[in-house]
Structure formats: C-alpha cells, structure tokens
Design a protein around this ligand. Structure first.
Ligand SMILES: [Fe+2]
Length: 233
C-alpha cells in the first residue's frame, strides 16, 4: 500500500459514525426533496385538468395536519396525511371531463365511473417509492364510518385514520366552496351537516376535533373557500 492511500475506517470508530450520520441526513434530505417535487408535479397535473383548488387545498391540508396533530399522529403519518390531503383526488385525472364538469346530478353509470377516482389515485401513487402508504390512504378517502362507503366498505377504525381525516375536511371543503354553478353553503349549515353525518358518514372524533378550531378560524376558512364571512353567516 502506498503512503498516499487512505486506510479504510474501522467500523464503529467515531469518524465512521459521523460519516454514517451525515449520509443518513443526506438521504433524508433527498427523500424530502423528492417527496416535495412529486407533490408539486402532481399539483401541476391537477392544474392542467383544472382540478386544483390552489390556496384552498393548501389551507385544507393545513387543517388536516392540525387535526392529525391534535389526534397525536406520528410524524410519518402526518407526512402521509399532507400528501393525501393535497392529492386525494389525483385519480380524477382519469375521469372523463363530461362527468367531472356535469353541473347536474350524475346518473348511476356516471357515478359508478366517478367513484373509480380513489382507485385510480391509489394505482398511480403506489408506484412511487415512499408514497405507498399515502396511496392506501387515498384509496380509502371515500369510505364511510358506518361501512357504507367505497371502494372497500371498511368501517370505523378499519378505515385508516388519515383517510378518515381527509374524508371530513374534503366534505367540509365541498360544502362551503363556491362553484361556477352554485354558491357555497353558509358555515352554520356546513357545521350542521357535518354533525348530522357524524358517526354515520364521518368519524365523530375527527368531526369534533376539526370543529373545535374551525369555528375560531372561520374568516380564514371562508377566505380559503372563496366565500365571504358575511355572506356565509
Ligand atoms: Fe374524492
């Protein structure tokens, strides 16, 4: 061996441990950057289909995270929750525009096709390393607490907790948001409907947790939903 060659570090030495920690940190940073890039790329895809709700969906992800934190979810679950809250409807990219944009009620066949969006979203996201769990959470975001939802008819705690959270904030979002063909519901009516379906469609603990801070942040809620507080009240 020449004098210029660096001898191999012995395993377990302090220098080797420090290098290992540095390597792990770099990998974690790469993984976080990749995750953010994927979220951005899919958000742009939603934009292309005119399915993104911009600031609104970001606000919803924040509410979802807040519910998750108050329910004591672990950091890894919170990361999945963020992905699921932002991309839960990514599968709608695979639904024909005639169905997505139909202003009136969907007929049985159209509704059956529309319901496929949660499976489509799962099928795409599960291919990405690190997104497998979020893909499953997306698959189940239309399950109902009483087992009458889709696609699997799971009930209660059989439904992943992230899916139960996304289900509630997604429904609230849909209720209070204004669309080209209708004005969003007033806050009080949206709350009444959430409470009415608490325990049947929605997890009561998630509803209670969400409403515990939604009321206090009503103006932000409605600014995000495109409805003014005065018209909402
Ligand atoms: Fe959905």
């Amino acid at each position: 061996m020449s004098n210029h060659q660096i001898p191999a570090l012995s395993e377990g030495s302090p220098v080797s441990g420090a290098l290992e920690s540095l390597r792990i940190k770099q990998l974690e940073e790469q993984s976080a950057a990749l995750r953010n890039s994927v979220i951005c790329a899919f958000n742009q895809l939603l934009d292309l289909k005119d399915l993104n709700t911009g600031v609104h969906s970001t606000r919803l992800a924040e509410w979802g995270m807040r519910v998750g934190q108050e329910l004591g979810l672990e950091e890894s679950e919170l990361q999945n929750l963020e992905v699921a809250a932002l991309l839960h409807d990514i599968g709608k990219v695979g639904i024909p525009d005639a169905i997505l944009r139909k202003p009136g009620r969907l007929d049985a066949d159209e509704y059956a096709l529309m319901k496929k969006h949660s499976e489509y979203g799962w099928a795409v996201l599960r291919m990405l390393p690190g997104f497998e769990r979020a893909a499953l959470d997306i698959l189940h975001h239309h399950e109902s607490f009483d087992g009458k939802g889709y696609p699997a008819g799971l009930k209660s705690t059989e439904i992943p907790v992230v899916s139960r959270i996304v289900c509630v904030i997604d429904a609230f979002d849909a209720m209070v948001s204004s669309r080209p063909y209708r004005i969003g519901l007033p806050y009080a009516e949206a709350v009444r409907r959430l409470n009415e379906a608490s325990g049947t469609q929605f997890d009561p603990v998630v509803v209670r947790t969400f409403l515990s801070f939604a009321q206090a942040e009503m103006s932000t809620v409605f600014a995000a939903a495109g409805t003014s507080v005065s018209s909402a009240l």
